[in-house]
Write a new protein. Structure first.
Lengths: 339, 339
DNA sequence: GCCTCCAAGTGTTACGTATAACGTCCGCTT
DNA sequence: AAGCGGACGTTATACGTAACACTTGGAGGC
């Protein structure tokens, strides 16, 4: 409360402690090992505390040339999945003195092709999830360190990628269903052009084709309960033998499938089995509880952030996909015996 | 690509365009009405484009003394509700050239009492949701403009508040249930010390008490499906007449109640009615679909951000609670006729 | 007794931007 | 003809911080 009503600066602290501004910077920056005496350091800290001093981040960032802030680009915030990714990323960021700002892309906020204008912060790096290639090249043009989540390692222009082992998850689902005896399977696919969903389709096709006599059909729906409802209803009311299992690209689609099946008077799992992918809270709210693939969203964000920190340090990011786990619940059973 | 490999500065642009750095600032800052000629301005813009110039935000923030960045403090990110609040707030922020950084508080990231250290950005203001009083005073101590969401207007130390009209929502639920003939009601309450949940309890008590012969009981559960499951099961297996309706503090609790009822062999809504509050995607995934109170999360964030912008401008924030709407679905019906 | 060296600091500078204050030329009025 | 103001810039400065280069007063070595 020296004289001014504005926020105290390091110079105000220096004056209060009777030292130079440089000494304050040394002490508060913990760089004072053999440069400032114990007692002076304590005096500085006390003055800072008394004045309620907080360093001006803008000035620090300007001086240092970096901001310790990264941008997390996510496709949407309509499930808790990406909230989990954010939480995981933000936790390890905080451990390393970094902050995370979120950019729900692309049709969300602001001009879609300029995440940087919207994220008002100056950035040290970017973690981008399931991003379209053109937006990717725009970011690359900015020379910012970049980590891609859930993206084709081959198509990422050399950016580091961190992926969940979705392929293995789909393999587990296929093995589970085929092991129960299912041979007519409907794939309820997300109608979103994204690498991760292509992987699901390819992997499922490959594994079902490996078992003779298996038939795989596909229905596409936007990722919403109602979208899945109508798509499933349409797929199940076409002529021909009915599938005995529905593999959904995510849990939300599965919830829509449940509703379609109820409308059609079919019972899960007696008449038809259903699987999801994500393991959202939704999965255990359904009746019966959904057999699904558990994705560890927080670990995903965690690994993504660690990879970005590695890139920033010039180190090699840890490689290897994140394992996923099939969680068998009540929505899958052997197919009904034909009579 | 003049000479340096670092990011181009406004001075580089000036050199390329053959003008002074000040002129560049004028042009790019759109302050050149009668100060720079049309043709020079165009030349500057072209040079900036060619060099891929992006202003250094840290330098701008330092010069300007503000950051156009606000902090949004939310209790958790485990449902899409606060994701919606963020989305709404970020949208209007972007429209006004502001950015939003998120701080999931308090047991989440970093040292709980210092949101500012974790949010690495320098801040112009704070929007805080359902916040405990001690954290509130810590923020107030920093003299930052503050808007409180979902908080007691009387206890906010003079900070602006923006609230959903939860009281009216609860009133609508009570009127709906009482109108159907329910007289024994169980309140499945969130076991979280927060003003918004106190309001729900008080309001429900007041409205049921207004109808003679009505009995209200209460069960408390943490906000999770499993927590609600066990609490509901316990409440319904105590001796005495069974309630005919369960009013849940939010949709997630309602999902837990559904599971408990299924275990007990009770049917919704024939044996017992259930209501929620939030209208998450979960509500329509349940069978039967949940009668609940729709909260417009994005509008909530929108109004919160607008209020903060008003405070920053020295204007008076718009007052008045945000209306909510009862959505009647299949989970409520008249109570079973005693026989 | 002189040189060296270290602890304990201080003075100064640069980061990149926005803007206030200042110059200059020229056309036009009075 | 003198002056005046608008168009079109430029020069200089400050924002608050971190770090480099320097100073100073002893203590210790030989």
């Amino acid at each position: 409360m020296a004289h001014s009503s504005t926020r105290p600066t390091s110079r105000d602290v220096a004056q209060a402690a009777g030292v130079s501004q440089a000494a304050v910077s040394l002490v508060l920056g913990d760089k004072w090992r053999g440069r400032v005496s114990q007692t002076t350091a304590e005096r500085v800290r006390e003055a800072a505390r008394d004045l309620g001093y907080r360093p001006n981040l803008a000035a620090r960032n300007l001086r240092l040339g970096h901001t310790r802030t990264v941008l997390l680009v996510v496709p949407a915030l309509t499930t808790e999945f990406f909230a989990g990714v954010y939480t995981g990323a933000a936790r390890v960021a905080a451990e390393h003195g970094f902050g995370v700002v979120l950019y729900p892309s692309p049709e969300g906020i602001g001009p879609a092709r300029d995440p940087f204008a919207s994220a008002q912060a100056a950035l040290d790096g970017v973690i981008a999830s399931s991003m379209a290639a053109d937006a990717l090249t725009a970011i690359r043009g900015d020379q910012l360190p970049l980590v891609m989540l859930d993206s084709d390692p081959a198509g990422s222009l050399g950016a580091a990628t961190v992926n969940l082992d979705i392929a293995d998850g789909v393999r587990q689902v296929a093995a589970h269903l085929l092991g129960l005896g299912h041979r007519r399977i409907l794939h309820l696919a997300a109608d979103v052009p994204s690498w991760t969903f292509e992987v699901r389709a390819e992997e499922l096709a490959a594994h079902t084709a490996a078992v003779p006599g298996t038939h795989l059909s596909t229905a596409r729906a936007p990722i919403s309960i109602d979208g899945a409802l109508t798509a499933t209803e349409a797929a199940l009311t076409t002529p021909g033998p009915r599938p005995t299992a529905i593999v959904c690209d995510d849990d939300k689609l599965a919830a829509g499938a449940y509703k379609a099946l109820r409308r059609l008077g079919l019972r899960v799992p007696d008449d038809i089995s259903v699987t999801g992918l994500d393991d959202l809270a939704l999965a255990t709210a359904l009746d019966p509880e959904l057999t699904t693939v558990r994705l560890d969203a927080e670990l995903f964000g965690d690994r993504g952030m660690r990879a970005l920190l590695a890139v920033l340090d010039g180190r090699e990011p840890e490689s290897g996909d994140i394992p996923v786990e099939l969680v068998v619940r009540g929505s899958t059973a052997p197919p009904p015996t034909p009579r």
